[in-house]
Write a protein that binds this ligand. Structure first.
Ligand SMILES: C[S@@+](CC[C@H](N)C(=O)[O-])C[C@H]1O[C@@H](n2cnc3c(N)ncnc32)[C@H](O)[C@@H]1O
Length: 273
């Protein structure tokens, strides 16, 4: 399907201003691949027609659908392993000690895509720290994409998706097979609040956060946006809370209020004392 240079610029601009996602010029193939199904679905003959339709209408459902389609939702259960070892071996034992009096912990998993990451954390907590069942746990999972938030809320995964990282014993324990897919059991699902949240939009009101997972999303943003988002995390993080970023992401040279904490073969971040 045809798309001219102006059309490409319009899409890049839309995605950048509304989601902060920077599409490099060489990503033209990605724009075509992701937007052609939408154009067809809208009964349009070219991507230029889709751009015209977007230009003419005020920002709405179609624009959101285009932005959603341009997000990369790659994720898996126990992705990268080491951050979950860190939680199990060091971070959760430490926080459970310091929170022993009020027995309360607040988690936020931002950019949680289809939910494999927050469900991994919840399963790890159940497995390793059953005593947390009597604690007051708040766990918010958010993403920009309404489609991803619905998927997380539904907690339904294909065989291929569970094969990517979910050990068989945990699969049998925390999921139920329904037809060709696996559904997260209700008692695990119910600990979450699932919300749409754009990291460059209005943030939810969080309680002071003890653990923040914001992995593999800062890579899509420019330096200024990364700084702004880290600044907001700083305001929401408990003084002794922890931030987990993706393996190729860091706070270094972006926000000097954070310090890197090497733990269990990986790094996480906390606020300098
Ligand atoms: C590669 S996935 C990361 C999933 C998971 N955190 C992980 O590491 O496996 C990136 C996610 O970031 C979300 N995202 C992109 N831009 C965003 C924004 N401006 N605000 C919130 N989420 C955003 C996308 O919708 C996508 O689901």
């Amino acid at each position: 399907m045809d798309i001219d240079a102006n059309g490409l610029a319009f899409i890049s601009d839309l995605v950048r201003t509304r989601a902060a996602i920077v599409l490099e010029p060489e990503k033209e193939y990605l724009i075509r691949a992701r937007l052609e199904p939408i154009a067809k679905d809208e009964g349009l003959l070219s991507l230029n027609d889709l751009v015209s339709k977007l230009r003419m209408a005020p920002f709405g459902a179609l624009h959101k659908r285009v932005i959603d389609a341009m997000t990369t939702n790659e994720t898996s259960f126990f992705r990268d392993v080491a951050p979950f070892d860190a939680l199990k071996e060091v971070i959760l034992p430490e926080l459970m000690k310091s929170r022993a009096a009020n027995k309360s912990l607040n988690f936020w998993c931002g950019a949680s895509s289809s939910g494999q990451e927050p469900y991994t954390v919840a399963i790890l907590m159940r497995e390793q720290f059953p005593e947390l069942a009597s604690w007051n746990i708040k766990f918010v999972a958010t993403d920009l994409s309404s489609k991803m938030v619905s998927r997380t809320q539904e907690g339904k995964y294909s065989q291929l998706e569970v094969n990517r990282g979910m050990p068989a014993t945990l699969l049998m324990k925390y999921f139920t097979k329904k037809g060709m897919s696996w559904s997260v059991n209700e008692d695990l699902r119910k600990i979450f609040e699932f919300k749409e949240m754009n990291l460059i939009g209005q943030w939810l009101t969080f309680p002071k956060l003890d653990i923040v997972f914001l992995r593999n999303v800062l890579i899509y943003f420019d330096t200024e946006t990364k700084k702004q988002i880290l600044g907001k995390i700083r305001q929401n993080l408990s003084p002794d809370g922890y931030l987990f970023l993706g393996g190729s992401e860091t706070t270094l040279n972006l926000d000097e209020a954070f310090e890197r904490v090497p733990v269990s073969g990986t790094s996480c971040y906390r606020l300098k004392k």
